[in-house]
Design a protein around this ligand. Structure first.
Ligand code: RB5
Length: 163
């Protein structure tokens, strides 16, 4: 698989470790979108780069690292076509793939050990989307990208409340 990789300064060290792991141990093609040093940068810049790389089809999946994994995942998820989440356990990586068809993960460079992040990445790249009852739900998520709302015709009780 082609994997887009990015971080901010707080995730830089683990990004470099994951780059090596992805290429040398798992055998993936890594597209390193930066940064190239641990100088202070803003995580939305790199979340966007990873998100766009996945949304365009240039990469199959994206892996982002910041201090918590939260901010960079939130930024990536703003790119249409991306389903990104902060992930802190292998179990959540598995469910994010099986239920949500997630295509970008945000990892914590400050609060999660490299060994755990390596396992998260491995699971994220091997678990498959289950489809079935989850497919319609993911489709509704994607409607938010394309029309700005969930088409709620099949919801029990009709349209959801305004807020
Ligand atoms: C940077 O200090 C930190 O805010 C960032 O890495 C990330 O944790 C944001 O969500």
């Amino acid at each position: 698989m082609r994997i887009a990789l990015g971080s901010d300064h707080a995730g830089f060290e683990q990004k470099q470790m994951l780059k090596e792991y992805l290429a040398n141990e798992l055998g993936h093609e890594v597209i390193d979108l930066g940064p190239d040093t641990d100088d202070r940068v803003d995580y939305p810049d790199f979340g966007e780069k990873v998100g766009r790389c996945v949304a365009s089809g240039d990469a199959d999946r994206g892996v982002c690292v910041c201090g918590t994994g939260i901010g960079i995942a939130v930024a990536a998820d703003k790119v249409a076509g991306v389903r990104a989440s902060s992930i802190t356990t292998p179990e959540f990586a598995d469910l994010f793939r099986r239920h949500n068809d997630g295509n970008v993960i945000g990892l914590s460079g400050r609060f999660v050990d490299p060994e755990v992040n390596r396992e998260i990445v491995k699971v994220f790249l091997t678990s498959e989307f289950e489809g079935g009852r989850h497919a319609g739900r993911v489709e509704k998520i994607m409607q938010l990208d394309t029309t700005g709302k969930v088409e709620a015709a099949d919801q029990p009780g009709g349209e959801p409340a305004a807020c």
